[in-house]
Design a protein around this ligand. Structure first.
Ligand code: SF4
Length: 188
């Protein structure tokens, strides 16, 4: 399935109970051909209303950080682990994550073939590194697994609740160009 077909299928998906409470599913958006894929946890209230990822306050902070490394949303692809909003913004359940990632996220990755996957928050990190316990001990470092490079970051919403994380997130974000350069040097 190509990226458009995946997005279409997500919009009418009923494969897990999260479809019951959603206004709109949020497949993801951005450049089809990009070096960087950002993966958050799940849509929040604003995203559920608009059908687009990271459009609330956390999204504004993400945009700000993208600008700090001379990137715009249109230069990258942004999606979430689960594509429908969990009720009252609760954590997605293990089974919801399993169903949604196996049906959609892994296919999105296959289509985009990013050089770097940036995980935003614990749920996103644990899709790829289930044994990592906490973002606080894993963030800001690049990891390689089966030829794919990952950078673990806090979820931008965490910085909104805990102001001291803002500078940490900004510092971690600034590592992205250097990591990409290293990936490009190795692959050339
Ligand atoms: S969260 Fe994913 S699997 Fe569940 S209904 Fe939405 S798109 Fe389908």
């Amino acid at each position: 399935m190509d990226l458009d077909s995946i997005s279409q299928e997500i919009k009418s998906c009923t494969k897990c109970p999260l479809h019951k409470g959603r206004i709109q599913a949020v497949p993801g958006e951005g450049a089809v051909s990009t070096e960087i894929l950002f993966i958050g946890e799940g849509p929040g209230e604003s995203e559920d209303k608009e059908g687009r990822p990271f459009v609330g306050q956390a999204g504004q902070f993400l945009d700000e950080m993208l600008e700090s490394i001379n990137l715009k949303r249109e230069d990258v692809y942004i999606t979430n682990v689960v594509k429908c909003r969990p009720p009252h913004n609760r954590d997605p359940l293990e089974e919801e994550v399993r169903v949604c990632t196996s049906r959609y996220l892994f296919d999105q990755i296959k289509n985009i073939k990013p050089k770097l996957i940036v995980t935003l928050g614990r749920h996103s990190m644990q899709v790829f590194f289930p044994h990592f316990k906490s973002v606080s001990t894993s963030h800001g470092k690049a990891y390689k697994k089966a030829d794919q490079v990952y950078l673990v970051l806090y979820h931008p919403a965490a910085a909104l609740y805990q102001n001291s994380l803002k500078e940490t997130m900004k510092d971690d974000f600034k590592k992205i160009p250097q990591i990409l350069e290293e990936i490009n040097q190795i692959s050339n």
